[in-house]
Design a binder for this molecule. Structure first.
Ligand SMILES: C[S@@+](CC[C@H](N)C(=O)[O-])C[C@H]1O[C@@H](n2cnc3c(N)ncnc32)[C@H](O)[C@@H]1O
Length: 271
């Protein structure tokens, strides 16, 4: 259509829940959208506060992919901008690829805005770094098999054999089975765990336990969805320090110093 600007779909990570955890870029994209597609079950209604009062709002909880694709067809036809809001970071269990494929089929422009994932929010809620020198230098983001089967070799027991930090999504529904799989994979029974339900939402709940009590802890919380399960020895490791801030360690932005710690700290305190 003449003078009709090309449409576009923005896939926006809204963050884990709290409306002020969306990125500035994500909020701007929502504010400029003609149509905002969001799922009430996953994203706070407060996020809609960033939308223009003229924007059309589509609640997508009950709409299958075909329904969202129909919105994208309209966007392509009428040159509209769509903000498709996803929880956390769209790149993690976000089901955006199937939507991107629809956009490509329609020759409709699209872009992804990353978001704060729930695993980061859960780590913040318990006040822990997930990578601890000499204890855990990798984070495995995974889930239990359910109606979505795990590809061969990616079973949770296999990952448990690494013994590093694991952030487990979508897996609170059968907590005793989860506990058994983590144990049989090789985590010792005393491995620290944290369960964070609805991180950053007003009704956030946290439970900390050892792996041998994980199933009971999740049952006692009374949650079976929207829970992030963190596990790994790094969750209660203390007394380690990183090389990054070691005074004798050089890197691209800082030359290692032989100055005494006292000279360094006194110089900084005197500023
Ligand atoms: C479909 S996945 C979406 C993940 C999302 N893309 C992310 O980056 O957090 C949904 C799962 O993410 C986790 N999740 C999402 N939001 C959460 C929150 N606020 N607190 C704890 N877990 C959350 C839960 O494990 C939930 O079952």
């Amino acid at each position: 259509m003449a003078n009709n600007p090309a449409g576009k779909v923005w896939f926006i990570g809204a963050g884990p829940g709290a409306a002020d955890l969306i990125t500035v870029r994500g909020a701007k994209a929502i504010s400029e959208a003609d149509i905002v597609v969001w799922a009430r079950s996953l994203v706070s209604e407060e996020i809609l506060g960033y939308a223009s009062p003229d924007a059309e709002v589509v609640e997508s909880t009950d709409i299958p992919l075909e329904g969202t694709a129909a919105v994208y067809r309209r966007a392509a036809r009428e040159g509209l901008t769509v903000a498709r809001i996803h929880s956390g970071d769209p790149a993690i269990f976000g089901a955006i690829m199937e939507q991107i494929e629809r956009c490509e089929d329609l020759e409709l422009d699209w872009e992804v805005v990353p978001g704060v994932s729930s695993f980061s929010a859960a780590a913040a809620a318990i006040g822990r770094e997930l990578t601890i020198p000499e204890v855990s230098q990798s984070i495995i983001l995974t889930r239990r098999a359910s109606r979505t089967p795990m590809p061969r070799g990616q079973e949770i027991e296999r990952f448990a054999a690494h013994g590093t930090t694991m952030a487990i999504f979508l897996s609170a529904a059968r907590p005793r089975e989860l506990q058994e799989e983590l144990l049989s994979g090789g985590y010792p029974p005393h491995t620290p765990c944290a369960v964070v339900y609805r991180a950053t939402w007003p009704d956030q709940k946290i439970s900390r336990c050892r792996l041998e009590g994980l199933g009971d802890a999740i049952r006692e919380m009374g949650v079976n969805r929207q829970a992030m399960i963190l596990i790994g020895p790094g969750l209660d490791a203390y007394g380690r320090r990183s090389r990054l801030y070691d005074p004798e360690f050089s890197h691209m932005f800082r030359r290692g110093s032989s100055e005494s710690i006292r000279d360094i700290t006194e110089g900084i305190e005197a500023r």
